[in-house]
Structure formats: C-alpha cells, structure tokens
Design a protein around this ligand. Sequence first.
Ligand code: PMP
Length: 369
Amino acid sequence: MIYLDNAATTKPTESVLKAFNYAQLNFFNPSANYIESTKLSVEINAVRQKILNFLHAQNSYNLIFTSGATEANNTAIWQANKFKNKTILVSLGEHASIFESVKNCGLNYKTINLKQDGTVDENHLIKLLQENDVSMVAIMHVNNETGAINNIPDLSKIVKQHNKSIMFLCDGVQGFCKFKINLENFNVDFYTISAHKVNGLKGIGALIYKNNINLKTFIFGGGQEFNLRSGTENVGGILSFSEAVVDRSENLEYIKNLKNNFIKNIKQLKDIKINAENGSDYILSISCKGVRSEVVVRLMSEKGVNISSGSACHSRHQDNRVLNAMGISGEYLLGTNRISFSNDNTIEEIDRASKIYVDVINSIRGNNE
Ligand code: PMP
C-alpha cells in the first residue's frame, strides 16, 4: 500500500511507540504523591518545556495539553465569549474545529475572503477590521486541504497595528515541525498543534497561549493542567508527543521533490489544475475536470494507493467552503483530490502512484491517452 494521505494522519515512529509503551508500563496517576507519580509529572512538564523551546516560545507563552487540535481550537475560540457583543473574524480557510466552534458558541462572526492562491486576502482583512469592533481573528498557518501558506507575521502585524488588544488565533497543525517557526515572530495569542499529524499519536495536542492571557476553561474537575484542562493526563500521548517533536525543515527539499515528481508525471492530463501551487510541499491539491473525487479515491485505493478527496474532515460533505472561496467550482470542484506526503514516502512510490492516478483519471474519462 502506498500511503499518500499524510495530512489526515501519519504513521507513528518507533520511538513514539516506545515512549507510549513506557507510559503504559508506568501506569501511575501523575497527580498522586509517590515517587513514581512525581516522576511522570516531571516528565510531562519536560515535554511541555520542550515544545515551548522548540517554538522559541519559552519566555512569553504557556502550554496546556489537550485531546487534540480540535479541543485546542475550541478552547481558544471560547475566549471570545468574554466579548459577546464584539465580532470575531474567521478566514474562509479555517478548519471545521474553528468554524463550527464559532457558530456553536453563538458568536457574531464575519468571514475573511481568500485569494485565488488560497491565502487570506489581506485587503479584505483590513476592511473588516475597520468596519467592525473585533475581539479575535482566526487565521491558520497552512491550509489542510490545499497547503496554502499564510504569512502569519505579516497578518498578525496588520491586526495588532489596528488594535493590539485583538486576540489572534493561529491553527498551526499543518505547519508545526515542518517549517521553522518562532512564535515570538508570529506574534499570535493562540497557537494550536496536534501530534498525529507529525508521526505522534491520535488524541493528543496542545493549546499554546500568550502568558498575559487570563485563559478561561470549559472543562472543570480535578484541576490538572493548571486548573485549565481537568482530567487525568494522557500520559502515553504526552510522553510520546515528545518523540514526534523533531525539526523536519531540512527535509523540505526531499518533500518538494516528491511533490514536483507527482506533478511532472500527471502533466499529460488535460483539464487539470494544481491548487495553491506555491503552498506547502507536503500537500498537493489537484482539481480534475470530468471525474468525481470520491470515485478517484475508491479506484486508487483498489489499486493500493491511499489519497483523499479534499480533506478527511470534508469527505462527508458535498460543498466545500475553502475551494469555493478560491474560485474553484463546478466540475473542477467535484474532481478535487488531495495527495499529501511524508518523509516515509519514496520517489519510487510517487512514480507508481502518479502513473496509477493518470490511469484512473483516463479510465473514468473513458479515454486511454
Ligand atoms: N486543524 C487542522 C488544520 C487540521 O488539519 C486538523 C486535523 N484534520 C485539526 C485542526 C484537528 O486536529 P485533531 O485531529 O487533533 O483534533
């Protein structure tokens, strides 16, 4: 099987599994007072510190572990509840865990347009800031469906120059560990991450937030995570997360080569568009006229290649907010597939997978070019 759905989830590494196993053998509750428990509690805090240091965030940020980025995004959006009469600005590219959270909190919100390349339209952001009394702005770093990369330092500068008390939430899930990130330069108030996108385990993530924020919680109980996220810690998730926090930025050339090869091998197909072409090399979004993306996924899977239709979170929905916002519609929209890479993929796999993709498209279109 050739796995090319790494934006949906990734394969855990051996060292991740080893750390998880260690935590299962050391099954103690980190809140207890005996030596074994205290040791785990120290180890959890070491992971916290490691992630903050990794992001150059140790001086101005705190971190709480969550069940994943969905919970971290919900917790960040929850902070806007303090300003119910104000407006929250959400980019049309945001993940459902932000969009749905804003809607279900009953917050006033306005959407920020995307440009054709899938990045946020900064002129529209400026206009919305001028026209509304804004509490928070939510703009992701790398889009999970298209790979479009937003320039977070520039966007947060626009927001903070307008009014420095506006909170900035950046969903960092698809950029974390893949690009060099300095949170001080990002100058965001909230940054969210998830372990299973970087070869860690599912069910563990984190909310990183500026230490001048008086964070409010909606999970009450035993007071773990500084009283901000009660519940016995996911020790296996946290300790194994540490093993996944590795700077992969030096492998970007390798990933770029995989993506470029895939593109090169499918260029013979007519009526296709590569979306967000200058985006993350980890994600390739292709819109192909005359095919249905879910049929492409099924036929590819039957031939041993796993790809995605749009994004995993959207695969149950017919419409697509993100692609629509980029001006992709009609037949091209219906024929959009996502192919996403990891260091585990080889160039031979890419050659095989891209040839299978061409065959599948041709067979659906009923021609054998
Ligand atoms: N944000 C983005 C950009 C994502 O790609 C995902 C995962 N699809 C999430 C948030 C949610 O992360 P988790 O699975 O850890 O809840």
